[in-house]
Design a protein around this ligand. Sequence first.
Ligand SMILES: [Zn+2]
Ligand SMILES: [Zn+2]
Ligand SMILES: [Zn+2]
Ligand SMILES: [Zn+2]
Ligand SMILES: [Zn+2]
Ligand SMILES: [Zn+2]
Ligand SMILES: [Zn+2]
Length: 115
Amino acid sequence: MTEHTHENHDHEHGEDCGHVAIKHDGHIDHAHDGHLHHTKADGTVEEHTLAVSGDNPADCTPDHSCEGHANDHVHGPDCGHTAIPHGDHTDYLVDGHLHHPHGDHCDDHGAVETA
Ligand SMILES: [Zn+2]
Ligand SMILES: [Zn+2]
Ligand SMILES: [Zn+2]
Ligand SMILES: [Zn+2]
Ligand SMILES: [Zn+2]
Ligand SMILES: [Zn+2]
Ligand SMILES: [Zn+2]
């Protein structure tokens, strides 16, 4: 996990802040502009990344059927899905699981629990 803080973060994440809250390793993070933000007690905002693990593998799953969006949907910064950092790449949250755009399909990188 990177010990990285987000400088000049002028937004306070909270229950109704409008960002998707994700359960991560026993705490809550907020998805914000493609980052996963963890607000510490002193107000410092840390950058978190979901680890590649058994629950969230980074495998290619060409047979994954992309329910939750149209077949011709292209994930990207403005696609409407929440971007989540996972390992060394960015995934998109669709119906509670991570989609990784890969060629003509999406890889399924496992479920994440929203809070
Ligand atoms: Zn950040
Ligand atoms: Zn927020
Ligand atoms: Zn976290
Ligand atoms: Zn793939
Ligand atoms: Zn999308
Ligand atoms: Zn997808
Ligand atoms: Zn992924």
